[in-house]
Write a protein that binds this ligand. Sequence first.
Ligand code: NAD
Ligand code: IPM
Ligand code: MN
Length: 354
Amino acid sequence: MLRIALVPGDGIGTEVVPEARRVLEAAAATYGIEVEVEEWDLGAERYLREGVTITEDEFTRLSANDALLMGAFGDPRVPGEEHVRDILLGLRFRLDLYVNFRPCVLLAPELSPLKRVKVPVRLEIFRENTEGMYVGMGGVFRKGTPQEVAIEEDLNSRAGVERIIRAAFEFAEARGRGRVTLVDKANAMRNAGGLWRRVFAEVGEGYPEIEQSAVYVDAMAMDLVRRPEQYEVLVTSNLFGDIISDLAAELTGGLGLAPSANIHPGRHAMFEPVHGSAPDIAGQGRANPIGAVRCVALLLDHFGHQEAAERVEQAVAAAIAEGKTTRDLGGGFSTSEVGAWLAEHVSRSGAGAT
Ligand code: NAD
Ligand code: IPM
Ligand code: MN
């Protein structure tokens, strides 16, 4: 029995998560996977209503699930984004979900805004998820005066750097990927950069069959546009991973297609699309649910249900090939029409599966 907490959150999160749920339930029924799903009301509405982001008790009960499936957090009515930090970043940090895995796979050249792109493009980003510029260390001094100073510390521990680099190499080895690239800014940020490069070289020694290199993040931004097909697994810090994952998503069909997994191997797993709450299109039924649906594939894969996971990915590929998509991909379907089509495809094509 897999116990899964669904937290739709804000904006289009509330539109895409029900579609992910539909596909999850279709896959579970088809493949005989027992799931118990519970929906949670956390997000801006609740915060504005009650003045509470997440309680200790909720945190404890949420983390007792096998997996969490989140939508998105962020609402123009909460300009300080405090609920985003407490709920989303709070769970990542407090559950020590140090692997943020963000695969961006180009299914067909015409999905990319790049003119000369060749398939396959398969960028699999391992973003460090518990340290870096996100730890909130530092402070503000002389606030509101012309002499104001704001310090945001970039924390990089050897243990933290080592475990994400090792996760990237382990994944590459297990899945037969030939190349792992470290993305950093070691020329300007020598302290952190030096640590990442030393640890990358040390850990990399254990994987001599895998090609290894380090690329500065500015050059990586350029090269991902110039020749994305030459990269495979990328490993990087929290902030650089955030930025290059939006870029990689857009190069491979758009933010609407990109899923992510936040994992502490052996302990906790939380899945969420890479995109945010998209206030510009929220409430219109136009959000692409595929990023959220692909989170279901990552979830199934994580719990050893490879066949069901592949079936979900096949349904996504079929929807795209047949134009059963939302308008960001040029289709005329609404969010729920895409979800219904995908769920139906998973049920239909999986019939007879055990
Ligand atoms: P965003 O990802 O919400 O939107 C960026 C652009 O992509 C928008 O034009 C949007 O319409 C489009 N887009 C995103 N998802 C889409 C989808 N599924 N289908 C079609 N189009 C899609 O980024 P933003 O505008 O910078 O952020 C909005 C809010 O979301 C902010 O409060 C931000 O902090 C938050 N945010 C949350 C998460 C998260 O919860 N994981 C991630 C990113 C941003
Ligand atoms: C993401 C988001 C978050 C991040 C924000 C909402 C704090 O952009 O999941 O990519 O920066 O990690
Ligand atoms: Mn982001």
